[in-house]
Design a protein. Structure first.
Ligand code: SF4
Length: 354
């Protein structure tokens, strides 16, 4: 591994100043970064260790009803927080479906948002990769592409973003709070990750030195708690990234859907919000026909980037399944494992959060 400087700042301001130097990277749990460094995929000159910065490990309720999740809140702590599980059950369900228990105990909120793609050619330094080495080419094109993107991809990169957590965050209009040399700013999560375009090496809107200090959820995100699910299709039951995933929330008024939220995961280089499908559902009755139309709209622009056309139909079916489960009601307890897409559907009127 390449030698690097190790810096342990005492404050956010010190961290931002230290990380603004070229070649610096932030270190939190390191569950992704250290693997990348050991494999020679990324070679920082300096690591700025933020794990001891005070005040970034809190979950707070602000006066306007916003929930503020500190950047260093561990995935397990967040998933098992009873208030989070009650207000944002799809968030807890997504977190519990990610990685392993051991990893969730150390992985952080900001680290989850910033995790890199799992494209196998990106991790193999013998393969050409525009994301790792701009202009080198993309070995995935024409390679093994069963898990690659079906939305938003370009000729230069067909990778996907692997996070489970970011999918319900996108559906619930979360924002990312960033400290930077000039102060602080907030960016909607939906605009935080970049699609590959001509520059797949630019993955987010972060500039050198920018530090994620929190993720926030607006007060109205709680309105979906009673009818909310996260579903994930993967190749084995645990410790696997999604082939496709879906986060869904419905705000019901009587027997009609007043408002719907849908986001898809592992289909693009960012969590994919399905706004057209959401518009179709607003004011509609929660019927199988309506859900099928919404799923069709959610994937209307999807195209295979290789040997992965199956992901389009899989995603359609997952949207229908997630909507059906959400309409039946959020379970009183978030399952330890995410709802199986192959399990029988519950009957309407299942228990929901109070
Ligand atoms: Fe690299 Fe993207 Fe191509 Fe994978 S798909 S090899 S990450 S450029």
């Amino acid at each position: 591994m390449k030698a690097f400087d190790y810096i342990r700042p005492a404050s956010v301001a010190e961290a931002v100043a230290a990380a603004a130097r070229p070649g610096a990277a932030y270190l939190a749990a390191g569950t992704n970064l250290l693997d990348l460094m050991k494999g020679g995929v990324t070679r920082p000159d300096a690591l700025v260790d933020i794990t001891r910065l005070p005040g970034l490990d809190r979950i707070e309720r602000l006066a306007d009803g916003t929930t503020r999740i500190g950047a260093l809140v561990r995935n397990a702590a967040l998933a098992h927080d009873p208030v989070i599980a009650k207000r944002y059950p799809a968030l807890a369900e997504a977190l519990l479906s990610g990685a392993s228990g051991q990893l969730r105990n150390v992985a952080t909120t900001a680290g989850n948002v910033l995790q890199r793609t799992r494209c196998q050619y990106f991790y193999d330094t013998a393969s050409a990769c525009n994301k790792r080495d701009p202009g080198a080419g993309c070995e995935a094109r024409g390679g093994v592409t069963r898990g690659h993107a079906i939305l938003g991809w370009s000729q230069h990169c067909i990778a996907t973003h692997p996070s489970d957590f970011c999918v319900p965050l996108a559906a619930l209009d979360a924002s990312v709070e960033i400290a930077w040399p000039a102060g602080a700013r907030s960016v909607p999560l939906e605009a935080f990750h970049r699609l590959p375009g001509d520059h797949p090496e630019r993955e987010t809107v972060l500039e050198p030195g920018d530090l994620i200090v929190a993720v926030t959820l607006p007060a109205d995100a709680e309105g979906f708690a009673g009818h909310s699910r996260y579903l994930k299709v993967r190749e084995r039951t645990s410790y696997a990234f999604a082939v496709v995933s879906a986060a869904v929330g419905l705000r019901m008024e009587g027997d009609r859907i007043a408002e719907a939220r849908i986001a898809l995961g592992s289909v693009a280089l960012k969590p994919w919000r399905a706004r057209e499908a959401e518009h179709l559902l607003a004011g509609a009755a929660p019927t199988p026909e309506t859900f099928a139309r919404a799923a069709q709209a959610a994937l209307a622009e999807a195209t295979p980037s290789g040997d992965n056309a199956h992901k389009i139909e899989l995603a359609r079916r997952l949207v229908v399944r997630a909507l059906t489960l959400a309409a039946a009601g959020t379970p009183a307890l978030v399952p330890a494992l995410p709802a199986s897409p192959f399990a029988p559907l519950p009957s309407a009127g299942a228990p929901v959060h109070a």
